[in-house]
Design a protein around this ligand. Structure first.
Ligand code: ACM
Ligand code: ZN
Length: 684
């Protein structure tokens, strides 16, 4: 087969050449496929454990291979760990250790790398070529990852996931050349790792009665003893965790365990109430930093954790502590006085410093969420930036390493398609193209800062994800976009080409029994939002009638221009197109058309997403006026607000015939306290 005759491709890349994900640094295709015969000879020159892993990965390509102890001259697959000088083509790459050089010729397949991981990644590319072409195709590939850290976070706390489920995700991650699996093992809704020194973490804190997180969280938030009738939950035994670590290591993936502290620790306090602050407010999830018992416990847990997980990094959480009890607690106050700590931020920082010291002394490094910057960053900590990129950039500027997982691009718990077509979720809208558009270390960033951005991670929180099927639906294909961001050079990234590959990967996953989101049936963004809308009120001034009925600052969108800027909202209210009104008065505005204008329709859309407290109005009034003093009623619409699970959108408007200069639009909030969101007052 000659590629010159290939089907017309996308852009300048023929479809048959668009087969490797993540897209490699350099691919030169040759004349076509080669016939090496049916039985190829596999030669592996790598340390023994790696050789076995690589043999398994080589056989997984689908090629018929028999292992030989000397390189063959014809019909071979040769895998060789070599010195850096022997793969000089890789010299330009930053992460040479995971890079590889692959040549497919009429004689055979040669993959060279400076590490077994590089050979493993070469085999993943080989497999993709073989599967796409049904043959081996001559080519020369030079490839290495842009970032050394290419991760996925799986939340097993909110809803427990088994070892088998995690292994299936590891398989797919490895195929996408990802190398870090961050397990969120502990949180309020359940502790998920056996700890011998604190057995109630799993005999009690791993179990609850309500299955869904939502019922549990909005209910009594109680845990129950293991074995109680109806108990729901689970945990990884040490043996299972070790098996998982080994399984991941065979695929060159490191599992990073996260043990949350000092916040998100409600379940620890439920199991060991003696670690609560004194004078504890209800439902307080922060460990007491004043008590030595807290350190004894965390250190003992970490001793057991590092025995199971060889990862250099241990994630210690650090996010979203409420810090509300520390101020009132005698023990915390004593600690602050003794250590000369100014405030609760410094108290948290004291704990993180101490835990870092403990782990550093045992040869490990900590990662923490960006809140660990508050009160002073521990000297060797790596920061995982989630609230945006600022934390990661600040850490990097201070010489620390940072991993980027900003929620606007990397929080794949948001729905990925029209929310009405998706399962109930945390809200928002994060389609594949938005994830893919993320750039963790742009040229505009200071070079010294860029050097400390070591990677990128997709985070999948499981509050609204009770089943394996749903979990895979959320994870794939968006995690593949993060894999490509982490691996491929920016100049090689092209969403049209990527999407074409992602559709094929999804189809292949569906065939293999996974339940990814079926990308080929994607509906896409809200149709109204795709093009600016032309109407009579575009650019006209809007007066908000009462300061207390103003839009909320965090959802101001484009300020006073929002409702007449011609831009309709997308599926998410966080897009700076929807304006959010929190006040009791709802929406109460006047549009000044500038002169008396003949109008035949006036309408505005609202959305309802009950989870985050966004509701339809219960009544809309529309009035018109010629002079701005005397208003005539045009419409008065009642609407019954009903709480439901799926997001919805609805237009409230008037149609008729009138000559007006001023239009008053009032939307009343229902008995449900929460937001009203509207995007545009469309006048025709
Ligand atoms: C986080 O999402 N609280 C890290
Ligand atoms: Zn305390």
């Amino acid at each position: 087969m000659l590629f010159a005759l290939a089907v017309v491709g996308v852009g300048h890349v023929a479809a048959q050449e668009n087969v490797i994900t993540p897209v490699p640094a350099v691919v030169e295709w040759g004349e076509g496929s080669v016939d090496l015969g049916h039985d190829l000879k596999l030669y592996v020159d790598a340390p023994k454990d790696d050789a076995l892993r690589l043999e398994a990965a080589a056989k997984d390509t689908g090629l018929r291979l028999s292992r030989v102890c000397r390189p063959a001259r014809k019909g071979f697959v040769n895998l060789m760990v070599v010195e850096e000088g022997d793969v000089s083509a890789l010299a330009a790459e930053r992460n040479v250790a995971e890079g590889y050089v692959m040549d497919i010729t009429a004689e055979g397949v040669s993959i060279k790398a400076t590490s077994p991981a590089g050979l493993y990644y070469g085999l993943q590319s080989l497999k993709q070529i073989y599967e796409a072409h049904g043959a081996l195709t001559t080519c020369h590939i030079v490839d290495a990852p842009r970032f050394g850290y290419r991760g996925v976070l799986i939340d097993v706390s909110r809803h427990f996931r088994t070892k088998e489920f995690l292994m299936r995700q590891i398989d797919q991650m490895a195929a996408m050349k990802m190398n870090r699996l961050h397990l969120h093992l502990t949180d309020a809704a359940g502790w998920r790792l056996q700890v011998d020194s604190y057995p109630r973490l799993t005999s009690y804190a791993a179990w609850r009665v309500p299955h869904t997180w939502k019922e549990w969280w909005y209910g009594e938030r109680r845990h129950v003893e293991e074995g109680t009738e109806g108990a729901y939950g689970g945990y990884l035994t040490k043996a299972e965790a070790r098996e998982l670590v080994a399984y991941a290591a065979d695929r060159y993936i490191t599992i990073i365990p996260e043990i949350e502290m000092p916040g998100h620790s409600d379940e620890v306090l439920a199991a060991y109430p003696e670690l609560r602050c004194t004078q504890l407010p209800e439902r307080q999830g922060d460990l007491c930093i004043g008590k030595e018992a807290t350190f004894a416990m965390m250190q003992s847990i970490l001793d057991e954790v590092i025995e199971i997980f060889p990862s250099e990094y241990i994630h210690i959480g650090g996010d979203e502590a409420s810090k509300s009890s520390w101020q009132e607690c005698d023990d915390c106050r004593r600690r602050m006085a003794e250590e000369g700590l100014e405030d609760v931020d410094e108290l948290q920082s004291y704990m993180i410093h101490r835990i870092e010291g403990y782990l550093n002394a045992r040869g490990r490094q900590i990662i923490g969420w960006d809140e660990i910057l508050q009160g002073g960053l521990a000297p060797n900590a790596t920061v995982m930036s989630w609230r945006g990129e600022e934390g990661g950039i600040a850490a990097a500027a201070a010489g620390h390493d940072a991993i980027m997982s900003p929620h606007g691009y990397c929080y794949i718990d948001a729905p990925q398609d029209a929310p009405y077509s998706q399962p109930e979720s945390i809200g928002g809208y994060l389609p594949l193209d938005k994830v893919y558009s993320y750039e963790p270390a742009p040229e505009s960033m200071d070079a010294a800062v860029r050097d400390h951005i070591i990677g990128v991670q997709a985070n999948l929180w499981a509050e609204f994800i009770p089943t394996d099927e749903h979990y895979e639906h959320m994870l794939w294909p968006r995690a593949i976009a993060v894999a490509e961001i982490g691996w491929s050079q920016p100049a090689r990234r092209d969403f049209v080409l990527f999407r074409e590959r992602a559709v094929r990967i999804v189809d292949d996953m569906l065939e293999r029994g996974y339940t990814p989101f079926d990308l080929k049936n994607e509906i896409g963004n809200r149709p109204e939002s795709l093009e600016p809308v032309a109407h009579l009120a575009v650019g006209k001034s809007v007066t908000y009638l009462h300061p207390s009925r103003y839009y909320a600052p965090q959802y101001a969108a484009q300020g006073d221009a929002t409702l007449t800027d011609g831009l309709r909202g997308t599926w998410t209210y966080a897009d700076k197109r929807w304006q959010g009104f929190l006040g009791r008065g709802g929406v109460d505005v006047v549009v000044d058309m500038g002169e008396v204008t003949h109008v035949e329709s006036i309408a505005a859309d609202f959305m309802q997403i009950c989870g985050p407290g966004v509701f339809m109005p219960c009544r809309v009034e529309i009035w018109g006026s010629v002079d701005g003093e005397h208003y005539e009623p045009l419409a008065d619409i009642e609407h019954e607000v009903v709480v439901d699970e799926l997001p919805s959108f609805k237009s409230f408007g008037w149609e008729g015939s009138a000559d007006v200069r001023y239009i008053c639009y009032k939307a009343h909030r229902s008995a449900y306290s929460g937001f009203l969101f509207t995007d545009e007052i469309v006048v025709r």
